[in-house]
Each structure stands twice: as structure tokens, then as C-alpha cells.
Design a protein around this ligand. Structure first.
Ligand SMILES: Cc1ncc(COP(=O)(O)O)c(C=O)c1O
Ligand SMILES: N[C@@H](CCOP(=O)(O)O)C(=O)O
Length: 465
């Protein structure tokens, strides 16, 4: 399996090289050169398999010859043994044809653990064989950073720098990063937004000298292994609801568009997905793009669902690339232009292709809070504000067939956002049994301006390069 850049100007590379590379040298994102697929019989055979077994089968399609099947299977077994629920990502029925897919049973209580627990092992596997130590940089609006720190802390062949926007993530999210005392972890509070943090990460990858000096890698959803690992739960959920003989729709709380795009990947591989609704908070760049065909950045607003306070949805470039029939020159032109002007007009044929699968829905702050309360009253479930955005969007979904099950992704445990949960529902939400109480642990982080040069200097000093 080879990987090509969405901007068409970088040579194709193998799976492990794509994983370690982060961004392609031309500034694009890596995608598979051709889509691997399962037959309906192969998908049906996932029924009754463990999560780790399905993960190994799905990931195996992307890994190709780069990792022997038994090694990949062992990594999947170990990664998903770190989850506290036997099903790893259990489905919970809320009403007729309405389900929650709980993705928060990993060590940092957010869906990011699903991919990150695997990535930590994948890096260890490759880097130990190459006797190499890489510097990982990641931008976070709260959850990627914690999951990445947890997955990489204490590892001898990787150091990690997590950039988070100052004052714009919850205290629990921050503590999942900043209480790690391991010498290979550096957390940085950046005086700016998540978009600033992500732009700095992308700039760092495009500085060849810096990239080589620190041996840079990235574990945001830039990294194809993140997307591949996140496509697995669409298979397990859909199969348990009757796929491949029955279509399923998904509502995905969305920010950087990695998770919703992973649903597209699952469909490319043969999973019958009727619809994917990208549910946003008031940072609604994607909802607007699917609605009016204009992908245009707005000012970032702080919301109760801070992990989705994003106005530049990195993975939209991957979808655009598909929608313009894999024209790398056009994708490069469009996204270089977007970086300069802050907007791009989606060609009508590309928009039509996107709308075959995707719809957007933007949810107000008032509706998010109301949904947390009504979900508690009607189902007894306390949900986090990101999940509530998904549930509120799901209430608006009209599908061609009313019997198609609608699965809302529950992307974080409510304990990560106790203030928002308390304000909306009057419930005092503590961390679940077995999860660490980080509230009294000392924190350790640096503060920097939203400036790529300052961050790169910090990373060099941290890496000793
Ligand atoms: C809790 C939570 N929900 C939803 C999202 C949005 O996911 P994505 O960025 O893949 O669109 C995030 C951030 O990634 C998150 O942390
Ligand atoms: N919401 C994310 C933002 C980064 O997304 P990623 O999927 O590209 O890592 C976060 O919580 O950090």
C-alpha cells in the first residue's frame, strides 16, 4: 500500500513512512493511493469478533507488507486491553433506532485514546527497530494532547510537545497533559486559538531544516494511522446493527473533521453508511461549507464544547481531494489559496459528491445545554457537551428510510467537562471509577506566544538540537 499527498507534488511512500512523516513535504496530507475494500461477506464476518480483531483486519488493509500480521494483531490486543469496557467502544440504545457509540472508555476518557493507544505502540515498534528517537509535536483543543501524552510518556524513542490554546480548554483536559512528570513530555500553553496551534505545527513541518534537526513527527489527524484507527469503530458499530445487510447513519461531533472523515474511509472500504452528519458548535465552518458550498473561516468563538472550537478543519482537504477526483494540483491551489484568503469555493460537482454522504448541522450553545438536560431526563444518561452537540443535530436528521439506525458518537466522558455538565443539568460529575484523580497533582507547562519561531526554538531546546 502506497500513500500519496493531497497536493500531488510529493513522491508516494509506504505506510510506515507516511505514519512517521506527518505532513507531506508539499504541505498536503497523505491518503492511500487506492482504496482497499472488504467484500460484504468479509464485513459480515466481523460479527462476533473482538474489537482488537476487527482493528487488526481494518488496519491490515492500510499497513500492507510493512508490519507482519501477527505483530499488528499483538499491538491491537495490547492497545485495546487498556480500555475499561470489554467491548472497547460499546453501543448504547437510547430510543428506537437511536444509539450512542461510547468512545470514551480509554485512559484519558476521550475518543482520541482509540487511535492514540495504538499509535504509541506503533511508534515504539518502528522506532526501536530503527534505533531512532523522534520529536512529536501536536496541537490540541484539549483531548488529542492528553491522549498523546498518555500514549507516549516515558517512551525512550519519542519525545512529545503538546501545544494547547491558553485558557480555552477545560481544567480536566489540561491536567491530563500537564500533570505528566515524564522527562520526554513538554506541554505548552499558546497565547492563541487551536487554529493558531495547528498552523504552527503545519509551519514546523514545512521548515525542512527544523524538521530534520529534531526528526519531527506528528500525531494529530494529519497522521494517516489516526484516521485508519478511527475508522474501525464505524465497522464494529454498523455490524452490530446489521451491516452489511442494513445501512447505518452516523452523527459525528466535529471540529478538525478527522472523525467524520474516518466514516468516509469506512464507506470507501465497503461499509454501507447512509449518511454522516458533521455536527458542529457555533464554530460552524463545516456545517456552512456543506450547506452553501463556501468553505470560509470565521472568528473562533469559545463554547461549552471547547475541543470543537476550530475554524480550520484540517481533514477537509482530504475530502476535497476525493471530491475533485483526486486532482492534486487543484487541491493544492485551493488550500494554498484558503491559507492566504481564508475561504474557498467548492466546485459544484465536488459539492454534490460531498453531499451524497455528508450533511452539516450547527448547534447553538442554548441547544447544547438543553440537550444535556433533556437527555438526562429522558434517558438517564449524563452526556458531555460535545456528545450533546451530536444528539441535538441527530434530532434534526431526516433520512430516506425512517428505519435506518442513527448512531451518535459520544466522544468524551462528561467528567472531562464538569462545569458545563453542572451548569446544564445540576449534576456533579466525578471521574469514573478507576480513572485517575488529577485535581491535586502538580502541573508543569510553559507559556509561549502564538509564534512559530518561538515554538520551534522551544522544541529545539527541549529536543537538545
Ligand atoms: C470530545 C471531542 N469531540 C469531538 C471532537 C471533534 O473531532 P474531530 O476533530 O475529529 O472532528 C473532538 C476533537 O477532536 C473532541 O475532543
Ligand atoms: N479536538 C482535537 C483537535 C485536534 O484534532 P486531531 O484529531 O487533528 O488531533 C483535540 O481535542 O485536540
Amino acid at each position: 500500500m502506497r500513500y500519496v499527498s493531497t497536493r500531488g507534488e510529493s513522491p508516494s511512500i509506504g505506510f510506515l513512512d507516511a505514519v512517521l512523516a506527518g505532513l507531506a513535504p508539499d504541505g498536503g496530507l497523505y491518503v492511500p493511493e487506492a482504496w482497499p475494500a472488504f467484500t460484504p461477506e468479509e464485513i459480515a464476518a466481523f460479527a462476533g469478533k473482538t474489537y482488537a480483531q476487527v482493528a487488526a483486519a481494518v488496519l491490515g488493509k492500510f499497513v500492507g507488507e510493512d508490519i507482519p500480521a501477527e505483530d499488528l494483531a499483538q499491538m491491537c490486543d495490547e492497545a485495546y486491553a487498556s480500555f475499561t469496557h470489554a467491548a472497547v467502544t460499546p453501543l448504547k440504545q437510547l430510543a428506537a433506532n437511536r444509539y450512542l457509540l461510547e468512545l470514551f472508555h480509554g485512559p484519558t476518557l476521550a475518543f482520541k485514546d482509540v487511535a492514540m493507544q495504538l499509535l504509541g505502540r506503533l511508534y515504539d515498534y518502528v522506532l526501536s527497530r530503527q534505533s531512532r528517537t523522534m520529536t512529536i509535536i501536536c496541537a490540541t483543543s484539549g483531548d488529542t494532547g492528553g491522549a498523546a501524552v498518555e500514549a507516549f510518556r516515558g517512551r525512550s524513542n519519542a519525545r512529545i510537545v503538546a501545544l494547547f490554546p491558553e485558557g480555552r480548554i477545560s481544567e480536566v483536559q489540561r491536567r491530563f497533559m500537564t500533570t505528566a512528570q515524564d522527562a520526554n513530555v513538554s506541554c505548552v500553553s499558546v497565547q492563541g486559538s487551536f487554529d493558531d496551534c495547528q498552523a504552527i505545527v503545519k509551519q514546523a513541518f514545512q521548515d525542512d531544516q527544523f524538521r530534520h534537526a529534531v526528526d519531527l513527527s506528528g500525531v494529530n489527524s494529519i497522521n494517516w494511522a489516526r484516521i485508519a484507527a478511527q475508522s474501525v469503530y464505524y465497522f464494529t458499530a454498523a455490524v452490530s446493527l446489521g451491516a452489511p445487510d442494513r445501512e447505518v447513519a452516523f452523527v459525528v461531533p466535529t471540529g478538525n473533521f478527522g472523525d467524520a472523515y474516518a466514516a468516509f474511509v469506512a464507506r470507501q472500504m465497503g461499509l454501507p453508511i447512509a449518511k454522516v452528519v458533521a455536527a458542529t458548535n457555533s464554530n460552524d465552518i463545516l456545517a456552512r461549507a456543506f450547506e452553501d458550498g463556501r468553505y470560509a473561516r470565521g472568528a473562533v468563538a469559545a463554547t461549552q464544547s471547547p475541543a470543537m472550537d476550530i475554524q480550520v478543519a484540517s481533514n477537509f482537504e482530504r475530502l476535497y481531494f476525493e471530491a475533485v477526483r483526486r486532482d492534486g494540483v487543484e487541491t493544492g491551489r485551493a488550500f494554498r489559496g484558503f491559507n492566504t484568503t481564508g475561504s474557498l469555493d467548492i466546485p459544484p460537482s465536488a459539492l454534490a459528491m460531498m453531499r451524497e454522504l455528508f450533511a452539516g448541522a450547527s448547534v447553538s450553545e442554548a441547544d447544547t445545554a438543553k440537550t444535556m438536560l433533556s437527555t438526562l431526563n429522558e434517558t438517564g444518561e449524563v452526556v458531555d457537551p460535545h456528545t450533546a452537540v451530536g444528539l441535538a443535530a441527530a434530532a434534526r436528521v431526516r433520512l430516506e428510510s425512517p428505519t435506518t439506525p442513527i448512531v451518535v458518537l459520544s466522544t468524551a466522558h462528561p467528567a472531562k467537562f464538569p462545569e458545563a455538565v453542572l451548569a446544564a443539568t445540576a449534576v456533579v460529575q466525578g471521574v469514573p471509577r478507576g480513572a485517575p484523580d488529577l485535581s491535586a497533582k502538580p502541573e508543569r507547562f510553559d507559556r509561549l506566544p502564538a509564534d512559530a519561531a518561538a515554538v520551534k526554538a522551544h522544541v529545539r531546546a527541549f529536543a537538545g538540537k
